[in-house]
Each structure stands twice: as C-alpha cells, then as structure tokens.
Design a protein around this ligand. Sequence first.
Ligand SMILES: Nc1ncnc2c1ncn2[C@@H]1O[C@H](COP(=O)(O)OP(=O)(O)OP(=O)(O)O)[C@@H](O)[C@H]1O
Length: 265
Amino acid sequence: MIAAPEPPLRRAHDSPDPDLALVTRALAKRFGDRTALAGLDLEVPAGSFFGVVGPNGAGKTTALSMATGLLRPDHGQAWIHGVDVWAQPLEAKRRVGVLADGVRTFDRLTGAQLVTYAGLLHGLDAETVAQRTADLLRVMDLQDAGRKLVVDYSAGMTKKVNLAAAMVHAPDVLVLDEPFEAVDPVSAANIRDILNDYVGRGGTVIVSSHVMDLVQRMCTHVAVIADGTLRATGTVEEVRAGRDLEERFVDLVGGRHTGEGLAWL
Ligand SMILES: Nc1ncnc2c1ncn2[C@@H]1O[C@H](COP(=O)(O)OP(=O)(O)OP(=O)(O)O)[C@@H](O)[C@H]1O
C-alpha cells in the first residue's frame, strides 16, 4: 500500500518575523460605503523611527488604530513583534504604547493620577509607577500641572500627559498619532529628544504626521498612504529619491490645485 502523502507543514509565514516591530497584512476597513483602508501591508523594522504620512482622510488613524488593537479590522492582521494584536491582545498591549488621536481621556483625573492609573493598569507596582510618573512629568515639563485636572489642560499639555501615559510601562514600540500637533516648539523639541533617546536604546517609534519637514528630519523610515492604499514605503532616503520629501509626497498623492476659482478673493 502506498502511504498517503504527509499533509504539508503549516508554514511559519502565518506569523511574521518577531524582529519586525509592526507588521500588517491586508488590513482593511470600511465605514458604510466608504473604504477607509483597502488592504494595508506594512513592515516596520525594530529600532526605526517610522513616519506614516498622507493627506487628510487617507486612512492613517484607521490603520494605526487597527494595528494597535483600538479598532477591529474588517480583514487582515497585525502583529507587534510577532504577537498577533487581535488574537493575543494582552501580550500585544504590554509591548506597545499608544497615543491615540481624538480619543477621550480620563480628564477628571489630575495629570499625575492619569499617568499613575495607566501604570497600575499595566500591572506595575506602586513604587515603580510613582518613580516613573515623577520622571515622565518632569521631562514633559508638567511637574506643576501634574496636580491640575486634565480637563483644564491646554491641547498641547493634554497631548504630553497622554504621551507620558503611553510610555509609563516602558513598551518596545510607541505608536503616536500626531504627537506634535498643538505642542509648543520647546516641548516638541524636548519630546523629539525623548523619542530619539528611546530609539537609541532600541525602541521603535511610529508617528503619523502632516509635517513633512519634521518627518524628513526625524524619521529613518516612512510610509505614504493615500485613499486607503500604500503609495510608497522604505527608508526616508529611498522614498524621497533625492528630492524633498514634501515634493515627493505631492507627486505620490496628487491633489495640488492652483488658486484658480477664487477670483473674488
Ligand atoms: N468612525 C468613523 N465613521 C465613519 N467614517 C470614518 C470613521 N473614522 C474614519 N472614517 C473615514 O475613514 C477615512 C479615513 O479616516 P482616517 O481618520 O483614518 O484618516 P487620516 O489619514 O487619519 O486623516 P487626518 O489626517 O485628517 O487625521 C475618512 O474618509 C474618514 O471620514
């Protein structure tokens, strides 16, 4: 009798290389009849400072929310260091810190309480949380504001305290949606230093931003998303191909208008 052939081994291609900080495959989402993301394949190398850029409504927030467990995808998968974000949410969330855009925070807490709460939710002991909260509020220039309610914070201060809350559990990957929006230039420079140090120590930062100049100066890698699809990805040098990133961005996404049509202005 001829033995039945062995069933093919289940290939390891199902789970990606854990050395990659973030991988998404065919990540897709519709809202009603509007396709917000049409099957995104992204690979973010560990230790990179990765910019996600695209016009308004391109799908950046949708992509980052699905990649970090905040929004359930219609299709596709996401992995943080090889951990399936939707199959192993607790393990994935341990490894990632998220600054979401436009999500309400617990603003009836003081800044110090908010960061402390985030640390305790991640299972850190009280002493570690107290030490890290003090360190984070200091580097964010929020020491005095730490005693004020977050609801009374400015937009920039809210951004900074939410960033502190995203970092308190010392994640391997930080995913930051528009981290510099509404933040003053001195605070932005301080945050850039903190993020650069974090990357220097082996962490990975993924930021979405509209500010091409900032992405060109700050990031090692970039992905350009438009109309829910990936238009280009690679190192910043590869994507900008010897030109200004802003020029390349406009080429890739189109949509430049002249001032025609506003003759009355
Ligand atoms: N909760 C929602 N309900 C309905 N439509 C949504 C929702 N969230 C996003 N969309 C739509 O999905 C598309 C992508 O939105 P998304 O917020 O991901 O874009 P973005 O690239 O982050 O934009 P921006 O740069 O303006 O923040 C847009 O057309 C948006 O209107």
